[in-house]
Ligand binder design. Structure first.
Ligand code: TNX
Length: 530
């Protein structure tokens, strides 16, 4: 209902606006900031539902997406028409423009967007969408050039601790795409639920996708559970649908299958995955469990390869995430299989055994034309030179790996965990895991801090993470994401051109864009609370 209302208000605002509307500004407020904006002193082009999008090169998808976004903005009116010839908003591809970049010229001929690729056109159209929605459909004459800082601009979504429907994930994709992100790291498996159908092992979702109940209150001091079974999973058909939806928005989905830790849900479904084959429940508590996969038995490796095979058939992403984080070694220390394996391989300790498992899985992925990415614990057991490292425990691991020539995605917990509180007082925020990351802190972050030039070249990007132990629904995801995602997108897309002096004003405008889209956002930044 609220969404419908904002839509109505937005379309009313459009209906009332005239091309010369006083309310439209000559200054453009865009987030993330374009590289260059030069506006003429007068003249403007007004986009209406009758405006045609002229598609000169094969960029129909980008044009269709824009028409669709505009349809929801213009309400019940007919969407913008796409055509091969004519006047209006023209889109064209030119390889001289940077790959994901674009150049936009607005003059009395109309609007011309030249992208370095179809994705570049899409990003140009996203910029145009922000202008249309927040400036009464009036686009001032001038020129805009833009390109991203990082090639990997990610957001992570945990669907294990709480499950999010296909519709929710699509909405998440819509929001991150509008901020010009291009990677969704989909955290599909964990101790509290296995969420992706694997045909070879139906037990994973039949048994592993449901837990008996969920913890009430904070996980550090668990005393109470809700007594209500909780579950959910995606069929392979649904997974394909989400992958295609993301691809239409130039987002690659990187699937994560956690191993050898954070796997208690899998152990519940298939007890032979554990060292002792003891029965364990799908976990009902948050944190780090000692119940992990056995790294000594060959059956574990066969299982992992079979699962990854199906995952690779579904996901076209070159990078496949294998987790690798927070794997206690207590069970391995007492396991005959693990100890025998270590002896056979001449390994000195259990960390090295994890190193062996990770390297072996990497080889398997490489043999199938893919690349492995894992949390920075994969460094602990000795990492191969070809693995991509996701630095979360801080930036040190990432810097170390980048110095050695590994590709790195920076996602340090203290700056990138959007499941953390947004204000110091926590007032009105509800129950969350902890931490404190206000908008300003993200905005001020230099992901290259403390790095040599060699290391800098290996930082492929930056990612924010949405862990969902305490986040039960999409509305809360949105208020944790927005507006902090805007600060994150400036780091990811406009790292070199962030401007403290204009961000607050630009955010005040972006807030109207959020409202027009019916997206929930947190009020704190706008209230000056941090
Ligand atoms: C650490 S980040 C985890 C997750 C938790 C998160 C909570 C990482 C690789 N592991 O399992 O959900 O903290 O903020």
């Amino acid at each position: 209902m609220k969404r419908l209302f904002t839509l109505l208000v937005a379309s009313l605002a459009v209906a009332l606006a005239t091309p010369t509307s006083e309310a439209s500004a000559r200054e453009l407020h865009i987030v993330p900031a374009p590289t260059y904006i030069d506006l003429d002193s007068e003249g403007s082009y007004t986009v209406t539902p009758k405006t045609t999008i002229v598609v000169e090169d094969d960029a129909w998808n980008a044009a269709d997406r824009f028409a669709e976004d505009m349809q929801s903005y213009y309400g019940s009116k007919k969407p913008l028409r796409t055509a091969k010839r004519g006047k209006g908003i023209k889109v064209r591809i030119d390889r001289f423009v940077p790959e994901e970049g674009y150049e936009m010229t607005i003059n009395d001929e109309g609007i011309l967007i030249i992208g370095g690729s179809e994705a570049g056109i899409y990003y140009g159209l996203q910029t145009l969408r922000q202008i249309i929605v927040t400036n009464n459909s009036v686009v001032p004459y001038g020129f805009i050039a833009d390109e991203p800082t990082f090639t990997y601009r990610g957001a992570h979504l945990d669907v294990s601790r709480h499950f999010f429907s296909v519709e929710d994930v699509k909405r998440f994709i819509d929001i991150i795409a509008a901020h010009k992100l291009n990677r969704l790291h989909w955290h599909l498996t964990d101790d509290q639920g296995w969420r992706i159908e694997i045909k070879r092992y139906p037990e994973l979702t039949e048994k592993g996708s449901e837990r008996k109940e969920t913890l009430i209150g904070h996980g550090l001091t668990p005393t109470e559970w809700d007594g209500t079974p909780y579950g959910g999973y995606y069929t392979q058909e649904q997974v394909k649908e989400v992958i295609a939806y993301a691809a239409e928005r130039y987002i690659t989905i990187i699937p994560e299958i956690e191993m050898p830790g954070h796997a208690q849900a899998a152990l519940h479904a298939l007890p032979w995955l554990g060292c002792e084959e003891q029965t364990v429940d799908v976990w009902t508590t948050w944190g780090v469990t000692p119940e992990v996969m056995c790294a000594g038995k060959e059956t574990t490796y066969t299982f992992l390869e079979n699962v990854l095979m199906e995952v690779m058939e579904l996901f076209p992403s070159e990078l496949i995430h294998i987790g690798g984080d927070e794997c206690p070694k207590d069970r391995w220390k007492e396991c005959d299989h693990c100890q025998a394996k270590m002896k056979e391989l001449g390994l000195e300790n259990e960390e090295q055994l994890q190193g062996y498992l990770v390297a072996r899985i990497e080889k398997f992925l490489n043999a199938n034309g893919r690349k492995m990415i894992g949390w920075d614990e994969i460094l602990d057991g000795g990492v191969t030179p070809t693995a991509t490292v996701m630095s979360w425990r801080g930036t040190e691991g990432g810097i170390y790996a980048a110095e050695r020539g590994n590709d790195v995605v920076m996602t340090p917990m203290k700056l990138c965990y959007l499941n953390f509180y947004q204000t110091e007082s926590r007032e009105g925020e509800g129950l969350h895991i902890g931490g404190h990351i206000p908008f300003e802190m993200i905005y001020a972050w230099d992901p290259y801090e403390g790095m040599s030039d060699t290391a800098k070249r290996h930082i492929i990007g930056v990612q924010c993470n949405m862990w969902t132990e305490y986040i039960k629904n999409m509305e809360t995801i949105e208020t944790m994401l927005l507006p902090r995602l805007a600060a994150m997108s400036e780091v990811q897309w406009a790292c070199d051109r962030r401007d403290e002096s204009t961000i607050r004003e630009r955010m005040t405008t972006l807030r109207r864009f959020y409202e027009a889209n019916g997206w929930n956002y947190a009020p704190y930044y706008f209230e000056g609370r941090k």
